[in-house]
Design a protein around this ligand. Structure first.
Ligand SMILES: N[C@@H](CCC(=O)N[C@@H](CS)C(=O)NCC(=O)O)C(=O)O
Length: 209
């Protein structure tokens, strides 16, 4: 297997963390999906990372699909609980965390446009999603049994990747002061070797190419 990633991508980071935690040795190929020759455009009709190439030549894209596939390999630790309600709760947290990242990406893209083309209303709309989403992550962390426990799940991975992505892309959003429990959670998961080796690194975004 080979995994196509971008160094800042929180979606790719979920898969990188899962694979490392499971001890699966998969070659990572670094791409920048915002460049004209991006490998992501060849591998995925949506032009996005992550992409997982399987050994039989088939291709999987979208981090949630790839995460499901990696889990089918039956290698410990398991990232989805088997009990249906718990599994749905984990997937709900993953969707929330990914949705926050989607809004952050839209803010970054808008800010990368020429100043006169930027819409302050659009940025504010996305910012509100980020703020509401982060508040909900905090509520779940302090109430939900599927998040922030000793046994790591995909909810922890997705939330951790999202919080680090906020620090990278929206440094002015001071979520740590408002949500100290979330801040402590982020600091804790970031000490895991799988998180340390996949810390997000910025890439240039050129949305019009
Ligand atoms: N829903 C997708 C989102 C992936 C995504 O948005 N990836 C970004 C990088 S962080 C990307 O490749 N963007 C390039 C583009 O949309 O053209 C997933 O979970 O894999």
């Amino acid at each position: 297997m080979k995994l196509l990633i971008a160094t800042p991508s929180p979606y790719a980071r979920k898969i990188r963390i899962m694979l490392h935690e499971k001890g699966l040795d998969v070659e990572e190929i670094v791409d920048n999906p915002w460049t004209e020759n991006a490998a992501a455009r060849q591998a995925n009709p949506l032009g996005q990372v992550p992409v997982l190439w399987l050994d039989d030549g088939s291709v999987l894209y979208d981090s949630r699909v790839i995460a499901e596939y990696v889990e089918t390999l039956n290698v410990a630790p398991r990232f989805f609980p088997e009990e249906p309600a718990a599994r749905i709760a984990v997937k709900q947290i993953e969707a929330l965390a990914d949705g926050i990242c989607d809004a952050v990406v839209l803010i970054v893209l808008e800010r990368a446009r020429a100043t006169e083309l930027q819409s302050a209303d659009w940025i504010a709309r996305q910012q509100r999603k980020v703020e509401r989403g982060t508040a909900e992550l905090h509520r779940l962390l302090t109430t939900d049994s599927q998040f922030g426990n000793a046994q790591i799940t995909l909810a922890d991975v997705a939330a951790g990747a999202t919080l680090a992505y906020l620090d990278l892309r929206l440094p002015d959003f001071d979520w740590r002061s408002g949500y100290p429990a979330l801040s402590e959670f982020s600091d804790r998961v970031e000490t895991r070797p799988s998180f340390c080796r996949s810390r997000p690194i910025s890439q240039t975004i050129s949305p019009m190419r």
